[in-house]
Design a protein around this ligand. Sequence first.
Ligand SMILES: C[S@@+](CC[C@H](N)C(=O)[O-])C[C@H]1O[C@@H](n2cnc3c(N)ncnc32)[C@H](O)[C@@H]1O
Length: 261
Amino acid sequence: MADMIDFNSDAAKALERVYLTPDVVGQRARVLSELSLKRGDAVIDVGVGPGLLAHDMALTVGDAGNVAGIDVADAMLAMSDERCKDLPQCDFRKGDATALPFDDRMFDALVSTQVYEYVPDMDKAAAEAARVLKPGGRAVILDTAWDSLVINAGDRGLSQRVLEVWDEHLAHPNLPAQLTPILEGAGFTVVRIEMIPMFSPHYHTHSYAAGMLRMIMNFVSGRSGVSEAEAKTWYDDLIAGEGRGDFFFSLNRYMFLAVKK
Ligand SMILES: C[S@@+](CC[C@H](N)C(=O)[O-])C[C@H]1O[C@@H](n2cnc3c(N)ncnc32)[C@H](O)[C@@H]1O
């Protein structure tokens, strides 16, 4: 797992840009709605990242509430601290999803978007999520299923190699398909699972698709047998699809609502 993506590198800034695209802004609104936060609630964001969701949650719970956030990456914590510096109800700390630095049953709700797929010991992370929630507390968890990616690559053999190497950027490339028994084993009832498509039938520079294709190229370049030239050929061919009229990008994320028994 030493080769997984490094959130303290330039990846942190690149990720923030992707998370400001309309695709991900829409996703955040759905997550916030699924959380059903009330004023005064205490919520924890596991893997708070650039703090975009934490900021929105802080406005929802108000100054009588509390938004805790943990992350393993200093670069991410610096972004969330800066984004929420005028919101005293926010408390961001360095910490790992498998050892949350909080007492038992402290939170009304827990959220973790695009994080658990990077956590090798998911049973432990799910047990920690259950531990810090009050009985009846809600958890909203969102992750990507990379097997659902559909793109229109000219060289399918090269594309398959690129995507196999991209799978090395995280611990669980298809976590949504495996998550229900993990959550139920930790003491949750899974109430609902919804699909959130990241779908671009056209290429736009300010889109999730554009940002991710760039991140994939950068990650695989010179790694595990994919040369820099091959990575660039793969990327350039996909982007040229817009001019040819055959650009296509479709990838599914899945949002789980689970309640602690
Ligand atoms: C793809 S980003 C998502 C950030 C944020 N949740 C969002 O959706 O905007 C993944 C985040 O998970 C953090 N992360 C990865 N492994 C973690 C772990 N074991 N414990 C806590 N955070 C972790 C990374 O540092 C990074 O900030």
